[in-house]
Design a protein. Structure first.
Length: 76
């Protein structure tokens, strides 16, 4: 949901704000980056379901292995 939903929202935002060129590519690429490991560390520290957060980090990283090259192919 994060990768697809984020990409749609970011695409709408760059269209609405008329962002072009390199800035447009950076915004679109940034939104499909996987969830950071830092999220897991915070969940672990505050005991907020660290195993569930770890699953999200792994899943989003695997999905990013496909999504990032595809988006780069479109942007470049």
């Amino acid at each position: 949901m994060r990768i697809c939903g984020g990409l749609v929202i970011a695409w709408l935002a760059v269209e609405w704000l008329d962002i072009t060129g390199t800035a447009r590519g950076v915004v679109l690429l940034q939104v499909i980056m996987p969830a950071a490991v830092f999220n897991y560390l915070l969940a672990l520290k505050y005991d907020r379901e660290p195993t569930a957060v770890a699953g999200v980090v792994v899943a989003s990283t695997v999905m990013a292995l496909v999504a990032v090259p595809l988006l780069l192919a479109v942007l470049l």
